[in-house]
Design a protein around this ligand. Structure first.
Ligand code: 13P
Length: 369
């Protein structure tokens, strides 16, 4: 009798364990399919992403230019202006929020997340804790924020975020970026991406080579290729599902103070050549950062890529611009309630230009309207 019971409870345990495994596999599969759907949706219909995830120190810098008060209310009003722009969802697939912003509400009490999703836009969240000086490596940065990340991601998921962003940053100078800076940042990017996918958030993986400096386009090409190869190696080692992520890289550009400044077509050719070498075809989309380029150049260069390589690339080439979409609107608004509508028109214009650039149908004449 005793033996019989023991036998029964053993087999019961086995069945329970088996069912648990099946459920886990099923939910992992569902999770993966959801990740893939979200990643695809973020680059569908020639739309792109609007980055409005400036951390407090960064938005402080942007506001300082126009003497806008440094208050939570000013930041809230500015972000409300952006997300209530009429028909924004016609051009923008997703917006990246900051921790403060994802918790904020419109003046009438509606949560920002609801406003965004009602506009047909997917809410995302910046989750890194910023690029900090790297020990023993002067001039280089390592991005922090892995501690406690699983819990923060779970909370953001509950708040309505469907994707996340983590930015690593590299400076080009005589001896840098060093191998160790590249490897450490690539490792952290992959750890972040893996945690995101576990929770069900699409990771946007952002390794940014800064434009600052007098380096050539060729130098930027070499460093970008080296960094992207290291990043994809780590993503592979750590088991990140490439179909369920997006890459957010810099374009291949000459340094801002380089004596030679290549044309949009030359930038397009170099950038696509570099990406073809280093980015697996399984990645559904590449969403460029603007990195301090003028709004017009960011549109013209993206346009050149899509025009010249239409139908010949494995991934979509899109945008995830911050400054290149927001700057003209911020310059008009300057904290004034009376300028909200005019600022929103400027935001719409830039969003429209970039959607045209996705189609390879943007031209400079559009800027004169
Ligand atoms: P910029 O387009 O202003 O470079 O911002 C994009 C971004 O999200 C940087 O992390």
């Amino acid at each position: 009798m005793h033996l019989h019971l023991k036998h029964k409870s053993n087999s019961h345990l086995k069945i329970t364990e088996h069912l648990r495994k099946i459920t886990t596999i099923k939910s992992l599969k569902m999770n993966t399919q959801e990740l893939i759907n979200t990643a695809k949706a973020l680059v569908a219909n020639d739309k792109g992403i609007l980055a409005m995830d400036e951390s407090d120190p960064t938005i402080k810098k942007r506001f300082e230019q126009y003497e806008i008060p440094q208050t939570e209310e000013a930041r809230r009003s500015y972000r409300e202006l952006i997300i209530t722009t009429p028909n924004l969802g016609d051009f923008i697939s997703g917006v990246i929020l900051f921790d403060e912003t994802i918790r904020q509400k419109k003046k009438d009490g509606t949560s920002f997340v609801k406003v965004i999703t009602d506009a047909g836009i997917i809410p995302g969240i910046k989750v890194d804790a910023g690029a900090k000086d790297m020990a023993g490596h002067p001039g280089e940065k390592i991005t922090e924020g892995l501690d406690g990340l699983r819990d923060r991601l779970t909370e953001y998921d509950q708040l309505g975020a469907r994707f996340a962003k983590w930015r690593a940053v590299f400076t080009i100078d005589a001896q840098i970026p060093s191998r160790v800076c590249i490897e450490a940042n690539a490792h952290a990017l992959a750890r972040y991406a893996s945690l995101c996918q576990e929770v069900g958030l699409v990771p946007i993986v952002e390794p940014e080579i800064l434009m600052d400096g007098s380096h050539s386009l060729q130098k930027c090409f070499e460093v970008t290729e080296q960094v992207l190869r290291a990043v994809f190696q780590q993503l592979y080692i750590q088991g990140v599902v490439l179909e369920g992520m997006l890459l957010k890289p810099n374009m291949v550009l000459p340094g801002t103070t380089s004596t030679k400044q290549e044309t949009a077509n030359e930038v397009a050719d170099a950038t696509v050549k570099c990406l073809m070498r280093a980015v697996p075809a399984a990645v559904p989309g590449i969403v460029f950062l603007s990195g301090g380029q003028s709004s017009e150049l960011a549109s013209a260069r993206l346009n050149a890529m899509n025009k010249r390589f239409k139908g010949r690339l494995p991934w979509g080439l899109s945008f995830s611009y911050g400054r290149a979409i927001q700057q003209p609107a911020l310059e008009i608004w300057k904290g004034m309630e009376t300028k909200v509508s005019e600022a929103q028109q400027a935001l719409t214009h830039r969003s429209k230009c970039n959607r045209m650039a996705r189609r390879g149908e943007y031209n400079a004449a559009m800027e004169k309207i």
